[in-house]
Design a binder for this molecule. Structure first.
Ligand SMILES: Nc1nc2c(ncn2[C@@H]2O[C@H](COP(=O)(O)OP(=O)(O)OP(=O)(O)O)[C@@H](O)[C@H]2O)c(=O)[nH]1
Ligand SMILES: [Mg+2]
Length: 408
């Protein structure tokens, strides 16, 4: 199972309470206050780990509860601090704070929308009210009824619905304190003064932070492979890297994103390539596997549009190309501004040459790289081109966390 989005509830440990105690020992009368302090509660900490590739652990254990601090004890003994809870998440995890709807007490139902007292109800239907005052005519318009145009792009709107973005864990080992543990209360020995030598009170521990969070994984790869099902994306990934995704002649073979590493042994350069499940026209209406996996290419530096130039199943590569671009735009218009490489696959097949000619006639000014992934033809040129494009787009070594669709 591949989990790339999961809701969790996190609560840090509460601080232990301070103790109220007095020193008792033979021959030491009125030994004074000796209540120890409570220990602090454990934090809930997220840590990025490059050995993980999805959020399945949090899917099964979604309540992240850190240990409470121990209460203070007599004889001046402080309580033990609660253990921090360290949760490992894959690199590329974005954390959103989800605001919970306030729960209404039992028996109370949500009332209808409160009436705005400042609004004068318009007479009749939606007709504006015309009022006369001293011969001057004024037209009353109900501005609240007008729809405000939302200029945000699809991905920005989706992000805003998710809540408030609190962090983005991109580097291996990067840590983020999701919920801070409560401080322990002070024991009564802290409150002794010359004027009040027997304080019979101590501090309670502070509660730990808590909240609902949404963990979302957006893979960190430099190159994203986009194409129709059966275009040969997985075959291409297999021929350029050591990744071994399933390859078969039926659509939607790949059901989860696959990442491969392309190595350039001459200077130890490496690139990560992400193969996402096939996209088809209408994916924005959830046709096929929908847009769900496009989040994984949202951070890619370059996009490779892979087309089946042989036109298998009577498809036309130029139609595929246009509908792919349309789907990308519907998901996030900034994806179209990303440098992209159009690759024509299956050039070994009979109709591919003729289709490529027609494609070039219909889609002008778009350079196309012909390859045959299954027969390793054109692969060296492909490797070289993607490297060049990634370097031009900002290099592979920079943190690829600067996704344009993020709202922070
Ligand atoms: N003739 C020919 N067949 C190819 C080539 N590349 C891939 N294929 C075949 O196309 C079919 C689909 O290949 P996949 O790599 O599974 O395609 P995909 O794009 O990953 O498909 P999904 O995972 O379903 O989205 C397989 O039967 C491959 O053998 C090629 O260059 N030439
Ligand atoms: Mg595949």
């Amino acid at each position: 199972m591949f989990v790339d989005e999961v809701k969790v509830f996190a609560r840090a440990g509460h601080g232990g309470k301070g103790a109220i105690a007095f020193h008792r020992e033979a021959y030491i009368p009125k030994g004074g206050p000796s209540g120890g302090n409570g220990g602090r509660g454990g934090d809930v900490i997220l840590e990025a780990d490059h050995d993980l590739n999805n959020l399945i652990q949090q899917f099964f254990v979604s309540n992240l509860l850190a240990e409470n601090g121990q209460g203070g004890m007599g004889k001046g003994m402080d309580g033990k601090a609660g253990k921090d809870l360290i949760i490992k998440v894959p690199c590329g995890t974005i954390v959103w704070r989800v605001h919970r709807e306030p729960e209404l007490p039992e028996g109370v139902t949500e009332s209808e929308e409160p009436e705005d007292p400042t609004l004068i109800p318009a007479a009749g239907a939606d007709r504006p009210v015309i009022r006369n005052s001293g011969g001057v005519q004024a037209m009353e318009l109900d501005l609240s009824a007008e729809e405000v145009e939302d200029t945000r792009s699809g991905s920005q709107r989706r992000d805003a619905q998710k809540g408030e973005r609190v962090c983005d864990l991109t580097e291996h080992g990067q840590r983020f304190v999701l919920c801070k543990g409560g401080r322990g209360g002070l024991g009564n020995r802290n409150f002794a003064t010359a004027a009040r030598q027997t304080p019979r009170f101590a501090q309670p521990g502070e509660p730990g932070d808590e909240g609902d969070f949404l963990l979302e994984l957006r893979m960190l790869a430099e190159v994203g492979l986009v194409g129709y099902p059966n275009a040969g994306k997985s075959t291409l990934l297999t021929s350029i890297s050591k990744a071994r995704p399933k390859i078969a002649a039926y659509p939607f073979t790949t059901l989860t994103p696959q990442v491969g590493i392309v190595e350039y042994p001459e200077d130890y350069f490496r690139l990560t390539v992400c193969d996402v499940p096939g996209l088809i026209a209408g994916a924005h209406r959830n046709v096929g596997l929908g847009h769900a996996f496009l989040r994984h290419i949202a951070r890619c530096r370059i996009l490779v549009i892979l087309l089946d130039m042989a036109g298998t199943d009577n498809r036309h590569p130029w139609d595929d190309y246009h509908s792919l671009l349309e789907e990308l735009e519907l998901y996030d218009p900034t994806l179209l501004e990303r440098p992209r490489l159009v690759v024509a696959n299956k050039m070994d097949e009979e109709p591919a040459e003729a289709n490529l000619k027609s494609f070039k006639r219909r889609v002008r000014k778009t350079p196309v790289l012909p390859i045959s992934a299954a027969f390793d033809e054109g692969i060296p040129a492909f490797r070289k081109t993607i490297r060049q494009m990634v370097e031009e787009a900002g290099g592979a070594d920079e943190t690829p966390g600067s996704d344009t669709d993020s709202g922070d």
